[in-house]
Design a protein around this ligand. Structure first.
Ligand SMILES: Cc1ncc(COP(=O)(O)O)c(C=O)c1O
Length: 464
């Protein structure tokens, strides 16, 4: 399929964006003097420049130019209660008031309390904390390789497990390489890493079985997101998760669920609780930190124990691991979600369904064929996530990363770049075609999203 060329449209949108955001434009010029590309997290560095944020509350952020922007990215899906939720900010100010919060370098009662909550909610025997999802998946991989004494790591093509050596293989689809995910993503990686990662396909149990039959005796672990985030909001099916459990056990490999996005996103605990498939290890971050950098690896005691004194896996260090204010935010958030589970999750699932509906409808009504993914599939009851895709053919169901991330199948520039810019002109912020709904969003916010999509669609339609 011939890909559309959006260069002119992007230039026109950028010009308009620049006109209405002079402060952010000027600050970007300053930032470029000291920061590569003007910032420190690639996808936040929207081109021509990102809005520079001064404050945030709930569903909204305010930028340097005074725009009040309706945000559906919500801290990379971390802010399930919206930005700066009062329950967390109040707990932190109280603690700072009596001298608790920045005294890192010790341990305390809080750490064990947070570990107890997490283990109880996700069915794990032991947990160890760190500061980012990338580190958590790296440590989980080290643990699996040490426990099994094997080399290979199996993953789903398009899966994002953070920027760590084994995570940096098989993320972006390479059209030139027959639409394959199987290649290393970063310069500078040891060449051996690319050979240590086997890339398989979401929801294809036959492929998983044949690869395990082929490489089984050398595979240390199969790591997957039960609900794929950056690949396009795609759920694994229940049958696939069950097959993954059975096949990894049969071939002596560990099953790792990367719940960095899905943990506490669909219920107050692991998504495992909803589909009753227990992994050997699981990784958590984002929501569990309550807005602060908290991540965890959790699972079977005999595997986790390798991270201890006698285990030999260097899951250690981390000056800010278990930072007291971070763990206080984590405890506050997890307790809140547990106590308000029924309300929070039914509310965000219903708003999420509405967001997906209004986006699809807005584009269709303006003559642009769109498909919004993010439903929970057969394993999850409801979902607050969403990503709009623009497939070139109506026959494409947008259920696999091989479709959603393939620019020959879906107009990826339209969903990722053009739409983001066009919606920013309406003071709405999305990433990869949307993001997630928080409990701070309202029905009115979702209607506003629909209106903004309609206006964006009009700008887009006349140049398609
Ligand atoms: C599924 C998944 N795993 C791991 C990571 C990495 O987490 P972090 O960005 O905290 O390093 C991410 C981040 O988006 C993620 O979505």
């Amino acid at each position: 399929m011939k890909q559309r060329d959006h260069a002119k449209l992007i230039a026109a949108l950028s010009e308009e964006y620049e006109r209405r955001s002079p402060r952010s434009a000027a600050l970007n010029r300053e930032a470029l003097k000291y920061l590569v590309d003007g910032g420190s997290h690639t996808i936040r560095l929207i081109r021509p420049f990102p809005p520079r944020i001064v404050s945030a509350a709930g569903a909204y952020v305010t930028d340097e130019d005074g725009h009040r922007i309706l945000d559906f990215w919500q801290g990379h899906h971390a802010n399930i209660l919206g930005h700066n939720p009062a329950i967390v900010t109040a707990a932190l100010s109280r603690a700072f008031g009596f001298g608790f919060g920045l005294q890192s370098g010790f341990t305390d009662a809080l750490q064990a309390r947070v570990a107890e909550i997490l283990c109880a909610r996700i069915g794990a025997e032991r947990v160890r904390f760190t500061t980012s999802g990338s580190l958590a998946t790296m440590y989980a991989t080290l643990l699996a390789r040490a426990f099994t004494g094997r080399e290979l790591v199996m993953k789903v093509g398009g899966g994002w497990h953070g920027a760590q050596p084994w995570g940096l293989v098989g993320v972006d689809l390479n059209v030139e390489n027959h639409g394959s995910f199987a290649h290393a993503e970063s310069r500078g990686l040891p060449s051996s890493v690319a050979h240590q990662v086997i890339v398989t396909r979401l929801n294809d149990a036959d492929m998983l079985e044949s690869q395990l039959r082929k490489h089984g005796g050398r595979v240390a672990c199969f790591i997957l997101e039960p609900f794929m985030g950056s690949a396009g909001c795609l759920p694994a099916t229940l049958a696939y998760l069950r097959a993954a459990r059975e096949l990894t056990r049969k071939h002596g490999a560990l099953l790792i669920f990367d719940e960095v996005i899905s943990g506490f996103r669909f219920c107050a605990g692991s998504s495992t609780r909803l589909f009753a498939v227990q992994p050997d290890l699981a990784t958590y971050a984002k929501i569990i930190g309550g807005g602060m950098p908290v991540a965890a690896v959790a699972g079977r005691a005999e595997v986790m124990s390798l991270s201890g004194r006698a285990g030999g896996v260097k899951f250690s260090g981390g000056t800010y691991s278990c930072h007291p204010s971070s763990l206080l935010a984590a405890e506050t958030m997890m307790r809140h979600l547990i106590e308000n589970e029924a309300d929070v999750y039914s509310r965000i699932a219903s708003l999420g369904a509405k967001a997906r509906r209004v986006m699809e409808r807005a584009f269709r009504e303006e003559g642009i064929s769109a498909r919004c993914t993010g439903e929970g599939g057969d394993a999850l009851p409801g979902s607050s996530m969403g990503a709009v895709h623009f497939p070139y053919s109506d026959e494409c169901d947008c259920s696999l990363p091989e479709q959603t991330r393939n620019p020959e199948v879906c107009d990826v520039t339209l969903s990722d770049t053009v739409l983001q810019l066009a919606l920013l002109l309406e003071d709405v912020h999305v990433m990869h075609g949307l993001g997630s709904v928080s409990a701070a969003h309202t029905e009115g916010d979702i209607d506003r999203l629909g209106d903004a999509c309609r206006k964006a669609a009009r700008r887009i339609a006349h140049s398609l």
